[in-house]
Design a protein around this ligand. Structure first.
Ligand SMILES: Nc1ncnc2c1ncn2[C@@H]1O[C@H](COP(=O)(O)OP(=O)(O)OP(=O)(O)O)[C@@H](O)[C@H]1O
Length: 232
């Protein structure tokens, strides 16, 4: 959280977001703030607008109305080129099914964002190996996604989301396909890692077990924030 003349300024702030998919109004005036280093859970019933909110916050989707301000810049007004650069450098994203590249090994999947940012191969692979280590999957570095368990693949996906040292990680049901024990292991690794790195996280989940890891929870109902509070 930055401090401007005694006022605390959130890292990310969305105001009165409206977004329709065709005739479906997915967001109807949702507002949310994220502080630097904060772990925020976004919960709500299926269809309440959680993924749409996450996509608007991450600059993947432009809202029809309302604003998204990240570190003083209006994301919803940025030209696409600048927006994609910002997404690549400042944000990390992880989805329910890790969406790793099937042809690449775990190590190469994690190294890829660094290579795209211009790092040399040896350096990128060294860094990627360290992130696999943090998530307890260094031993799986030479495996391809099809050869890993769901939990291992999600750890690799989280390592890939964090390898560029983003300010914010956006995670959409990152443990949605995992059993309860694996969920606990993946969440423990995620929380420890983001705390060490000081990374903020927006975590969409319908699972109370997962929301309980967050500093704060907001609950969406019909595309607006129905409740918020400190997670249990
Ligand atoms: N690309 C799309 N095209 C049409 N309708 C969409 C699209 N994406 C989302 N919707 C609709 O918008 C509403 C909100 O969807 P969204 O995925 O944001 O909700 P959600 O809370 O994440 O749901 P879930 O928990 O089931 O993933 C739903 O009614 C959904 O059917």
């Amino acid at each position: 959280m930055s401090d401007k003349g005694g006022e605390t300024v959130p890292l990310l702030a969305a105001r009165d977001l409206v977004k329709a998919h065709g005739r479906t109004e997915a967001l109807r005036g949702a507002s949310v703030e994220l502080r630097d280093g904060e772990l925020l859970a976004v919960t709500g019933a299926s269809g309440s607008g959680k993924s749409t909110l996450l996509h608007c916050l991450a600059g993947i989707v432009r809202p029809d109305a309302g604003s998204v301000t990240y570190a003083g810049q209006r994301l919803d007004e940025l030209p696409e080129k600048r927006l994609s650069e910002l997404r690549r450098t400042e944000f990390g994203v992880v989805f329910q099914f890790g969406q790793l590249i099937p042809e690449l090994t775990a190590l190469d999947n994690v190294a890829l964002p660094l290579l795209l940012a211009g790092a040399a191969r040896t350096e990128a692979q060294g860094e990627a190996g360290e992130w696999l280590e943090r998530f307890g999957v260094r031993g799986q570095g030479e495996l391809r996604p099809g050869e890993m368990s769901g939990g291992q693949a999600q750890r690799v996906a989280l390592a890939r989301a964090l390898v560029t040292a983003p300010r914010i990680v956006f995670a959409d049901e990152p443990t949605g396909a995992l059993d309860s024990l694996t969920t606990e292991q993946v969440m423990t690794a995620l929380v420890r890692t983001v705390r060490e790195a000081g990374t903020a996280v927006v975590l969409v989940t319908h699972d109370d077990q997962v929301a309980a890891y967050a500093d704060r929870e907001i609950r969406l109902t019909d595309g607006a924030v129905a409740a918020q509070g400190v997670a249990a």
